[in-house]
Design a protein around this ligand. Structure first.
Ligand SMILES: Nc1ncnc2c1ncn2[C@@H]1O[C@H](COP(=O)(O)OP(=O)(O)O)[C@@H](O)[C@H]1O
Ligand SMILES: NC(=O)OP(=O)(O)O
Length: 319
């Protein structure tokens, strides 16, 4: 029986790291809860398109191949970074779309899922290639990180007060290559998982695509995807229920709503940490600027359905 697109709103959901965990076993468990929260949205009648991060996973895959290759030589080839990105999309997308499908079946909802390994076009001249900023792989102590940097030529940085990590370039997304396929599947009623890890970054040369070693910010790709869809809503799910000002201080104040102008003023004040909340707010701004009738919501996974009902989370909207 063909699946049916619902008459409800189109929602693009971006999943943060806490929705996925760090090991295959942890991830398989966590995505069950993640799937319940996403299918809660679909059950309200929304057409849901899901994207997810891949920083820890793409680093893990890249490290594993580098180690195996150094120990086993030509039996295990060194794996290029774009291929590692594609593997992370397959690995996460497999577990996530399976959990979503199981949840749809458990609720007798006549819809299915599709996971698309997605490429995202970036600009070869993007200055981000000269200045790595995107954390990948596990957290390390400063000492471990500096030793790895010395040994492997990595760039390492402190990540938002949480420890040290390897960082790789993070160019801006320009276009999602498989967008038409994603839209067709969504129009046919599938819950689509796509643009994982922001999409495998590719550059276009003489009419052909070529993968490049980088990791795109998934919130930025989610915003672009939502704008291309002319979605009603972009939902960014992370570890906090609401965006705050004076975050982490005794004066901390949770925000329920921001206009784009207020959000820009808070950015100038430095209220959102670079590398964590700032790219999310910038992604929300870019979505509402391209879709003035759309709403961007930042909240936690557990609060997704309540956020959709307008009961919690931080909404950024020009309306
Ligand atoms: N102003 C802020 N308001 C709320 N959270 C903030 C703020 N600034 C920084 N953060 C931190 O940003 C985190 C979200 O960023 P991050 O963990 O990188 O996202 P992801 O869920 O995509 O992995 C929150 O869990 C919080 O610790
Ligand atoms: N690609 C990306 O943004 O991954 P993380 O969310 O894991 O940083």
């Amino acid at each position: 029986m063909p699946y049916q697109k619902s008459d409800g709103p189109t929602i693009v959901v971006a999943l943060g790291g806490n929705a996925l965990g760090n090991t295959p076993e942890e991830q398989a468990e966590l995505v069950k809860e993640t799937a319940r929260n996403i299918i809660d949205l679909a059950e309200t009648g929304a057409n849901v398109v899901v994207t997810h991060g891949n920083g820890p996973q793409v680093g893990m895959i890249n490290d594993a191949f580098a180690l195996a290759s150094s120990q086993l030589g030509s039996k295990v080839p060194a794996m290029p970074f774009p291929e590692c990105g594609a593997m992370s999309q397959g690995y996460i997308g497999y577990q996530l779309s399976q959990a979503l499908l199981n949840e749809l079946k458990a609720r007798d909802i006549m819809r299915s899922t599709a996971n698309i390994v997605t490429q995202t076009v970036v600009d070869a001249a993007d200055p981000a290639f000269e200045k790595p900023t995107k954390p990948v792989g596990p957290f390390m102590t400063e000492e471990e990180a500096r030793a790895q940097a010395e040994k492997k030529g990595w760039t390492v940085k402190e990540d938002s007060g949480r420890g040290w990590r390897r960082v790789v370039p993070s160019p801006l997304p320009r276009r999602i290559v498989e967008f038409d396929a994603v839209r067709d599947l969504s129009d046919a009623g599938y819950v689509v998982v796509c643009a994982g890890g922001g999409g495998v970054p590719v550059v276009e040369e003489n009419g052909a695509y070529r993968g490049v070693a980088a990791v795109i910010d998934k919130d930025r790709s989610a915003a672009m995807l939502a704008a291309e869809f002319q979605a009603d809503m972009l939902i960014i799910l992370t570890a906090v229920e609401k965006v705050c000002i004076n975050f982490g201080t005794p004066q901390q104040e949770a925000l329920s709503v921001m206009t784009p102008e207020q959000a820009k003023a808070y950015i100038v004040e430095g209220q959102f940490a670079p590398g964590s909340m700032l790219p999310k707010i910038e992604a929300c701004l870019s979505f509402v600027e391209r879709c003035p009738t759309g709403k961007a919501l930042v909240t936690s996974l557990e609060c997704a359905a309540a956020g959709l009902r307008g009961e919690t989370g931080t909404v950024i909207t020009a309306r």
